[in-house]
Ligand binder design. Structure first.
Ligand SMILES: Cc1cc2nc3c(=O)[nH]c(=O)nc-3n(C[C@H](O)[C@H](O)[C@H](O)COP(=O)(O)OP(=O)(O)OC[C@H]3O[C@@H](n4cnc5c(N)ncnc54)[C@H](O)[C@@H]3O)c2cc1C
Length: 467
């Protein structure tokens, strides 16, 4: 969007951030159409911030070589893009929206996806039994897996359910070990944890322990502005050591935090903290999943009849570490590409509204078991990993799943958790967001994407148990 910027420069930054495993053809494809998608959202009513000359106001986000990211009212871009898209969906006569309905299982016949089972969630949390919906094409867009971790910035509905559903049907998964942790989620006892945006550190806020000791100088020459994964590990180490890491905005930002970072100030207020007088407690939290269902340039998964887009997919754009704000861009680009690929394959289909009968009496989620699963992920499959911890996690995830076998939702979550833990166990090096204490260096021979199926996790873990 900026004079002097180019898709090629954006692609270079994407490849550099991804630490050696980005698919450069996909990076070129996505960055090449980014501008078209922003112009399209603008034409459809997204109120991006403009300067006096009518140009887009651009944020400079981490690891971008120049200001590049369009914004709305400071930090409202996500909300405003969603409002634009929701209004379009509601106005489209060809789209039927079914709210409080969740997909639980794909229907696969003769190796082809030909529909899915859906269940309805009641207001009281109870769930219906599943109803089958047959379809000539299925496009999953159910988001990432951050909520599988006890400490996360993601809402509870994003717990890897859709990835797990595709994996249970036999889809090939890619790059599952690469989970990005945000270094400065606010540790205020809230779930999800609100973000203390990176911009605060850009303004000079300092990372200190509860005792006031500054801990970033020794960790990286760029200190607070070091790459996200390095800051996340430094923060995590302080949490593990019981030193209670904090973000001190007092000297650098002072009372302006209330007007310039209202969302941060509001979250502090809710937790009874005044950031103009005291530092903000923080922790590293699961934020974004680079991995997901392996898809090609059309959004096709390995199973015929199945397309996946957005954070649930792994296109190869992000490699081992996502460049800031490439997440929403990837979702926009591949949603359109998948739709364009699906349309000609459908032929004439009846467009009568779907009427599903949801019988009562389905299996509700046992929240206690979900909490245990999330604790296991944060403790052993999180910011710093070891072979021993990952093997323990795998055994524990399997045991938890067996305790709640009738729940399809829990099976989906456990499948994703198992794939992340197994892929992390398999990758015996540190690269991008994946850190192994027992293999702290990158191995050039391993600079490639990983692929894994759920069936393979079973075979591999039998080997781990025997070892
Ligand atoms: C706090 C925060 C800040 C972020 N900031 C940025 C940013 O600045 N830039 C950026 O690029 N990215 C950012 N991200 C990441 C970005 O928001 C996500 O990558 C993006 O929203 C993914 O879009 P999606 O459409 O794939 O999934 P989502 O937006 O997660 O939507 C998935 C939808 O699927 C529904 N769903 C899930 N499972 C099922 C099921 N089984 N059946 C039916 N429906 C289901 C969910 O309820 C949800 O409505 C941020 C994320 C967080 C949490």
């Amino acid at each position: 969007m900026a004079e002097g910027d180019s898709p090629e420069a954006h692609a270079r930054d994407t490849v550099a951030a991804g630490a050696g495993t980005v698919d450069s053809a996909i990076a070129a494809l996505v960055t090449g159409v980014a501008r078209d998608h922003i112009l399209d959202l603008t034409a459809r009513g997204t109120p991006f911030d403009r300067d006096l000359a009518g140009g887009y106001v651009l944020n400079h986000e981490a690891a971008h070589s120049q200001p590049r990211v369009v914004r709305v009212q400071g930090d409202q871009a996500g909300r405003k893009i969603m409002e634009t898209l929701i209004a379009m969906v509601r106005a489209a006569p060809s789209v039927q929206v079914m709210e409080r309905v969740v997909a639980q299982e794909l229907i696969v016949e003769g190796g082809r996806v030909c529909g899915l089972h859906l269940a309805r969630l009641a207001e009281d949390g109870s769930i219906s039994r599943a109803a089958a919906l047959r379809a000539p094409a299925v496009l999953l867009a159910g988001g990432g897996s951050g909520g599988l971790y006890a400490l996360t910035t993601n809402p509870p509905r994003i717990r890897g359910q859709v990835m797990g559903m595709a994996a249970r049907a036999g889809a090939v998964m890619a790059d599952m070990e690469f989970v990005q942790f945000h270094p400065t989620a606010m540790d205020l006892g809230l779930d999800p944890a609100p973000l203390a945006t990176e911009a605060l550190r850009g303004e000079g806020a300092r990372l200190v322990t509860a005792a006031g000791v500054h801990f970033m100088d020794g960790a990286h020459p760029l200190a607070e502005l070091a790459p996200r994964d390095i800051v996340a590990r430094a923060v995590f180490a302080q949490t593990q050591a019981g030193a209670r890491p904090m973000l001190d905005t007092r000297a650098a930002i002072g009372p302006e935090i209330n007007t310039r970072f209202p969302a941060v100030a509001e979250a502090c207020r809710r937790a009874g903290i005044d950031p103009t007088r005291a530092p903000i407690p923080i922790a590293a939290a699961a934020h974004y999943h680079m991995g997901g269902v392996a898809t090609d340039a059309q959004g096709r998964a390995s199973l015929p009849g199945l397309w996946v887009c957005g954070e649930a997919a792994s296109t190869g754009l992000h490699g081992a570490n996502r460049l800031a704000s490439n997440g929403v861009l990837e979702a926009l680009v591949f949603a359109r590409r998948a739709a364009q690929d699906i349309a000609p394959q459908l032929g004439a289909i009846p467009a009568a509204p779907v009427v599903l009968d949801f019988p009562i009496g389905g299996v509700a989620l046992e929240e206690g078991l979900v909490a245990q699963l999330r604790q296991v992920m944060t403790a052993h499959v999180g910011v710093r990993r070891t072979a021993t911890g990952l093997a323990q996690a795998i055994t524990r995830i399997r045991a938890l799943q067996a305790l709640h076998a009738p729940s399809a939702d829990f099976a989906n979550m456990c499948a994703t958790a198992l794939l992340i833990a197994t892929a992390a166990h398999n990758r015996r090096e540190s690269r991008g967001a994946h850190w192994r204490d027992d293999f702290p260096l990158p191995d050039p021979a391993l600079a490639q994407r990983s692929r894994l199926t759920l069936a393979q996790t079973g075979a591999q873990m039998t080997e781990v148990a025997q070892a």
